[in-house]
Design a protein around this ligand. Structure first.
Ligand SMILES: [Zn+2]
Ligand SMILES: [Zn+2]
Length: 293
């Protein structure tokens, strides 16, 4: 968390991010770190052998599936309390939604782990049913589910402690949990493109000229844009699937500056706005609930 702090403080100096938004994201990352601490103390162990791990990677399957992640319901409830408190504090418009969702969880005795599973695995029918019953917007449901899932998935990924062999996993989705990338970076040493998972935070190498979302390798349909050519930030877009991914070029950063993509993702919200104006679609956006002013 220490290395986040300075970068998070810097968010406040950005003119397109309000102090409220900066505080919101800081508190959100604090909730995640607190949850990961509790998870570590709660004897968190994956139901997975080294053999299973290797076998899945060799078959080009992500390592983790839901049964392997030991979600703890009491911890999920605590995280939900923290997240709902935060949303209610910073986004007054969402107060009703969050109360309604809390009531729904209570009335239905809905297992939060099941809720995460439905959302993460894209069980849209279940999601739409909850949306209808509670009046909570889909984006809010996805945001809440992701924040609940993240500390568990990150803890799981960190506990795996494995190394990919060269070219073992050149896929556009995460080798650990199968999710899409949040952002990319071009590494300081050799300019290699590294993707970071939006859910478990795993980093993995990927081809420079290829769309991680649809696999398109046709140069004519791949390009990138930036606002300022001195900046470390750029947006890579694919004109086949109309998706985009924000990228940090580490080579343009001073040596002592560290990339923390979770924070860079917030710092570059202006690039999301630009990309969306050009009709490119984001896979995953953390901006949905952060309308704080
Ligand atoms: Zn992942
Ligand atoms: Zn594409």
């Amino acid at each position: 968390m220490e290395n986040y702090s300075g970068k998070l403080e810097n968010l406040k100096s950005l003119e397109y991010i309000s102090p409220g938004q900066a505080d919101f994201f800081k508190a959100l990352l604090n909730i995640k770190e607190k949850a990961k601490k509790s998870i570590a103390e709660a004897d968190f162990r994956l139901n997975l052998s080294r053999q299973d791990l290797a076998a899945r990677l060799n078959k080009s399957l992500p390592i983790l599936t839901f049964p392997e992640i030991p979600f703890k319901n009491n911890l999920l409830e605590e995280i939900f309390q923290d997240i709902s408190g935060l949303i209610k504090q910073y986004n007054l418009n969402s107060r009703g939604e969050i109360d309604s969702l809390a009531g729904y969880f209570q009335d239905q005795k809905l297992n939060l782990a099941q809720f995460i599973k439905d959302v993460t695995l894209g069980q849209t029918a279940n999601l739409e049913a909850i949306e209808k019953l509670t009046g909570v917007k889909k984006n809010t449901l996805i945001f809440v589910a992701n924040q609940l899932a993240k500390p568990f998935f990150e803890s799981a990924a960190e506990s795996l402690n494995f190394k990919l062999k060269d070219n073992q996993w050149l896929k556009g989705y995460c080798p650990v949990c199968g999710s899409a990338p949040l952002m990319a970076k071009l590494s300081r040493d050799d300019g290699k493109r590294i993707l970071e998972c939006c859910l478990c935070g795993t980093n993995w190498p990927f081809l420079r000229v290829k769309c991680p979302f649809c696999g398109n390798e046709d140069k004519d349909y791949l390009r990138f844009f930036f606002v300022d050519d001195q900046s470390q930030y750029r947006v890579d877009v694919c004109d086949k699937c109309k998706r985009y991914i924000k990228t940090v070029d580490e080579r343009k950063l001073p040596k002592d500056q560290e990339v923390v993509l979770a924070v860079d993702n917030i710092a570059t919200s202006y690039l999301d706005i630009l990309a969306e104006k050009e009709n490119y679609v984001d896979f995953y956006s953390e901006q949905v609930v952060a309308e704080a002013s």
